[in-house]
Write a protein that binds this ligand. Structure first.
Ligand SMILES: NC(=O)c1ccc[n+]([C@@H]2O[C@H](COP(=O)([O-])OP(=O)(O)OC[C@H]3O[C@@H](n4cnc5c(N)ncnc54)[C@H](O)[C@@H]3O)[C@@H](O)[C@H]2O)c1
Ligand SMILES: O=C(O)CC[C@@H](O)C(=O)O
Length: 453
């Protein structure tokens, strides 16, 4: 396939109103998606497969868009394309927490300009590689925080009263009315979007809240920040983890940390599976050091629903399943109708703004750059998006390239090695845009150029 990241559609393909008001990208020299050789190969096997496939066309196959990553062979592409499917390197990918977009995968997505993580966590994407290749990444930073906090509150009460075990016993026909080791609740931790939301709910229930965070954060209500993780572990009855997956948070709660917890304390992890050492948890629960735990996330999670703990993927599966007063949920912290709908709107809108207007507000790997939207009243205007290496002298060269145009407004910012420039120019036509595009593409600092008009 041709590298169509900067060459999206022939101008004649773009309806006039779309190119003007929505600003689909880009250059007037566009159009060639597949090299002639892509469709030229013919051998018997392929011809037979295509002929067989032709019989099976139950619907408008051209409505089906297929994303092929990781260098799928051209023969496969051809068979799918013959069906009328749109086999493309897509410009936009939407994922949740399971799809791993590593550098190896992203390398194959040659047209990709933006990734939408329809969730909070972005650890599944190589953010650095993406930024370095001009690919913006958006997420929804707090649309499911409330849902996670509510789940954790439910788990605190369920663990303190051993509700899971009592319910399981009743389901299997056993009446076991006990009050031993069943408590009213006191104390918790964590302090980002979710931790602070949890803090508010917990205080409303009469719990006293202490939290530990690597940065100083304003306490909600009467919550109190403690200076170290050790102090927190020694002081909390319920330890609830709400940190991102980072090298520093890997096995943040392990053998030593369980030792530092109160005798008969509880642990809840609804952040990422790498944060808690599962073997250490199993030992702490077996010895009675930990009276109960709730896990929503695991070191390795499946890509879809179905068999999980039965497949012996994890050496600790059987031990974990046998433990009493352990609540196991399948990564459902943020899975409520309200959260999913809000995430869909938030990330969907961010993607549209980025693709149509170049706005990076909310991006997790780019500097935040925004310009007032172009409107229908501004004919013959274009918006230049120039993503480039953050090195000296680039702006002078960009402004030289822009100097044939009237620059109405311009904004630039950098984040680490990558800088992002937006400029609105007027008095453009397809010839001058093409020329400008080519001049910008020739700059050695260029990562990606888009011109929206
Ligand atoms: N179970 C689910 O369905 C679900 C839903 C949403 C989010 N999550 C996970 O929860 C995580 C937290 O979400 P959030 O919205 O509260 O994130 P956030 O970024 O708002 O807060 C994270 C907090 O952790 C702190 N932190 C980072 N490293 C730390 C360390 N080493 N020690 C102590 N504190 C540290 C940060 O300073 C920050 O205040 C997300 O990254 C995501 O992985 C899970
Ligand atoms: O819905 C998901 O897949 C992820 C939920 C959660 O872990 C998040 O990061 O928002």
């Amino acid at each position: 396939m041709a590298n169509a990241r900067d060459v999206k559609r022939s101008e004649s393909e773009i309806p006039h109103h779309v190119s003007r008001t929505v600003g689909f990208s880009l250059s007037p020299n566009m159009s060639f998606h597949s090299s002639p050789s892509s469709f030229g190969a013919s051998n018997l096997t392929q011809a037979a497969a295509s002929a067989a496939a032709k019989h099976l066309k139950p619907f408008a196959t051209e409505d089906i868009k297929i994303l092929l990553l990781e260098n799928v062979n051209q023969t496969g592409r051809d068979i799918l394309a013959e069906q009328g499917y749109q086999v493309e390197d897509v410009h936009v990918i939407g994922i949740r927490s399971k799809t791993k977009l590593t550098a190896r995968v992203l390398k194959e997505a040659r047209n990709l300009i933006v990734i939408g993580c329809f969730c909070i966590g972005t650890n599944q994407v190589d953010l650095h590689y993406a930024a370095d290749h001009g690919i913006a990444v958006f997420n929804s930073p707090f649309s499911n925080s409330r849902s996670v906090a509510e789940l954790v509150i439910a788990e605190i009460i369920a663990l303190a009263r051993q509700l899971g075990d009592r319910s399981n016993e009743m389901h299997s026909g056993t009446w076991n009315k006990v009050s031993s080791k069943c408590w009213e609740v006191r104390g918790i931790i964590g302090y980002g979007h979710i931790g602070s939301q949890l803090s508010v709910l917990a205080e409303a229930m009469g719990m006293s809240v202490i939290y530990y965070d690597v940065i100083n954060l304003m306490a909600m209500g009467t919550a109190r920040q403690v200076p170290t993780l050790e102090v927190l572990l020694a002081g909390a009855d319920f330890v609830s983890c709400h940190v991102p997956e980072l090298p520093e948070t890997r096995n943040m709660i392990g053998y030593q940390q369980f030792e530092q917890m109160k005798d008969g304390g509880y642990l809840i992890n609804a952040s990422r599976g790498s944060v808690v050492d599962i073997s250490a948890l199993i030992q702490a629960m077996r010895t009675g050091k930990i009276a109960g735990a709730a896990l929503d996330v695991y070191p390795h999670e499946p890509t879809g629903n179905g068999d999980y703990f039965n497949n012996n993927l994890h050496p600790w599966c059987t031990d974990l399943r046998a433990l009493k007063n352990l609540i196991l949920t399948p990564h459902i912290g943020g899975s409520t109708e309200e959260a999913q709908s809000a995430i869909g709107v938030e990330v969907g809108q961010a993607l549209v703004r980025y693709v149509n207007e170049g706005t990076t507000v909310g991006a997790v790997n780019f500097p935040e750059v925004n310009l007032r939207s172009l409107t229908m009243d501004e004919p013959n205007h274009a918006r230049v998006v120039f993503i480039h290496r953050n090195v000296p002298g680039v702006l002078r060269k960009v402004n030289e390239a822009l100097s044939d145009h009237n620059v109405d407004k311009q904004m630039t910012d950098s984040r680490g090695d990558v800088a992002y420039l937006l400029a609105d120019i007027s008095n453009v036509d397809t010839v001058t845009i093409k020329d400008l595009y080519e001049r910008l593409e020739c700059l050695s600092s260029r990562i990606m150029t888009r011109i929206l008009y």
